[in-house]
Design a protein. Structure first.
Length: 574
């Protein structure tokens, strides 16, 4: 959003200015920032340290003539947690406090948040009434409310005994999206059922992204990919291979009699009324049987929020500014498994409001999101990315997401959409932001069209995050740091850490963090593109304009002790 745009002041903003809690410039900055991040003004002010939460609450209380409610006085067991979906609580920053008859009272820090009131009323069928709560206390209460849901989910996983493993709510999902109970009649083998279910549960508990069932001549192994690294977890007897394959194929509604060609399927595991985990299943005939890989699709990863992804502040601002442009194309690039889908969905969630028509074409649809019209492309029946795009453009879209630009036809339609008043988001498989521009040109897209339609390019990688409990300083000489690319003037503030390993992590690492190269296509870069400049010229110009290359962003993460220098070297290159 343009920083020079003057936004109309709300009643809350005017009151805070009158009480000298904020000045008009801060109000304008906060209103724009809150709009970009789909937050209320009050939440934005407090979370960004622009004003004191208690002073704001007292001012609003006087303005609206409503008393302040101390949410800390409520017992956790008294909260009507069963009435409101945690997603609504998180999205609207509004928490159910208590119910009286047919009226549900919800705590908010901004009483002008009418959208929260209306949506909760619609979903619950109850009359709703807002109660004013101080922002800090409300944020703490919501975190606890949502954490309790996660704790309950974890406790259910941990408490599953052998009998419970048989009774898990597991459903096959057809290509048309219908759910069906997994039928055990074809593989009536209780130990195999328990074993497979236990592997799925262990993978979820261990934060794995993939599960590999692999047959060999004399061994059979199961591996999990956690934090991007594969690790062997168990080695069942080799003679169980056909029965394990049959069980997984039954669960995902595949043809168990067909072992000669690859097959695709999907499984949904429901462990609570508010959370389910999807598994995308693929079989591959190998020399000694079928290798089966399950990719774990956790919808909560798409709701992480931009602050959790690891963007530097200047990079985050570039992404948010591009998202709120009325038209243009945002491209996210990187190898498979680099987090492109999460970056795209994070942006889509920021734009996902009732005022926008959002459509996506994906192969396959990995994460289901309410409010987005998601299309699973199917080349066998002629539903390609290009055909889906043509259909989108006939349905008055505001935002279009294309899973991947693979050919000239898809690229041309995407660019035409970006030039005619639509926001287009997509991915390409390239190594850096400048190479993304070169790839489009090599596909055959005219340089003028690329220069005038692409507004932002994000190249990214995922690096393992150092464990907070056991990492320790790495004693590296200055010469080594300089050779790796650290700047001499920043060496005093640089604290490179190294992994150690403890019972709370995986060999010194826990979780992953994004490393990004975010490049806005400025007039200078447009000129280089139209003059036929190559990726090296674009990279040099981007660096001169202040855009951090991937390597520099990675070193910045290492300097802050977020990841290790070894990880930066593993996922980036000069």
């Amino acid at each position: 959003m343009n920083a020079n745009v003057v936004m109309p002041l709300s009643g809350v903003a005017r009151r805070l200015i009158a009480d000298q809690i904020i000045d008009e410039n801060t109000a304008q900055e906060a209103l724009q920032g809150a709009s970009q991040q789909s937050q209320s003004l009050v939440s934005y002010l407090v979370q960004n340290g622009l004003a004191d939460g208690e002073r704001i609450a007292n001012s609003i209380s006087e303005e609206f003539g409503t008393p302040l409610f101390d949410v800390r006085s409520l017992r956790k067991t008294a909260l009507p947690t069963e009435l409101v979906d945690p997603k609504l609580v998180k999205n609207h920053h509004a928490m159910p406090l208590f119910k009286r008859g047919n009226r549900l009272f919800i705590g908010v820090s901004d009483p002008t948040n009418l959208r929260a009131q209306d949506e909760i009323k619609f979903h619950t069928g109850l009359s709703t009434e807002c109660i004013l709560v101080e922002e800090g206390a409300l944020a703490d209460a919501i975190v606890k409310y949502l954490d309790d849901e996660e704790v309950a989910f974890g406790q259910k996983l941990a408490s599953l005994d052998d009998a419970g493993l048989e009774d898990l709510d597991i459903q096959a999902v057809d290509e048309d999206g219908d759910n069906n109970e997994a039928n055990d009649s074809d593989v009536d083998d209780t130990p195999i059922v328990r074993f497979v279910n236990k592997v799925l549960v262990d993978a979820i508990q261990g934060g794995a992204s993939d599960i590999h069932f692999e047959p060999y001549e004399k061994t059979y192994r199961v591996r999990f990919r956690a934090d991007g690294i594969l690790k062997e977890v168990t080695k069942p007897p080799t003679n169980l291979a056909p029965r394990l394959a049959a069980r997984l194929k039954v669960m995902s509604k595949m043809d168990i009699s067909e072992r000669r060609v690859p097959q695709d399927g999907r499984i949904k595991m429901k462990l609570s009324k508010t959370r389910a985990i999807d598994f995308r299943v693929n079989t591959l005939p190998t020399l000694y049987g079928e290798k089966i890989v399950l990719r774990i699709l956790d919808p909560s990863t798409a709701q992480m929020g931009i602050d959790a992804l690891g963007y530097e502040e200047d990079q985050k601002k570039l992404y948010l500014d591009a998202l709120h442009e009325p038209q243009g194309m945002i491209l996210v690039t990187g190898p498979t498994g680099s987090g492109k889908t999460v970056s795209l969905y994070t942006g889509l969630n920021i734009l996902n409001t009732t005022e926008r028509n959002i459509s996506s074409a994906e192969d396959p649809v990995e994460i289901n999101v309410d409010g987005i019209n998601q299309v699973h492309v199917n080349a066998k029946v002629g539903l390609t990315f290009a055909e889906a795009l043509r259909s989108f453009l006939r349905q008055d879209p505001d935002v279009i997401m294309v899973g991947e630009i693979r050919d000239l036809e898809t690229a041309e339609i995407s660019i035409k959409a970006a030039q005619t008043g639509h926001m287009v988001m997509s991915t390409l498989h390239t190594n850096s932001a400048p190479e993304t521009i070169t790839r489009l040109l090599n596909m055959g897209v005219p340089a003028f069209n690329v220069a005038t339609s692409v507004s932002l390019v994000i190249a990214q990688r995922l690096a393992r995050r150092l464990c907070d409990h056991c990492s320790e300083p790495a004693d590296l000489p200055h010469e080594t740091l300089l050779a790796e690319g650290f700047k001499e003037e920043n060496l005093e503030a640089t604290q490179v850490m190294r992994p150690v390993g403890c019972d709370k992590c995986n060999n010194g690492y826990k979780g992953r963090v994004g490393i990004y190269e975010v490049v806005r296509i400025t007039p200078d870069l447009q000129r280089i593109i139209m003059e036929g400049g190559n990726s090296l010229e674009l990279a040099k110009a981007a660096k001169e304009l202040g855009f951090k290359p991937l390597r520099e962003s990675g070193l910045l993460k290492a300097a802050k002790g977020i990841t290790s220098l070894e990880e930066v070297n593993r996922v980036t290159k000069d």
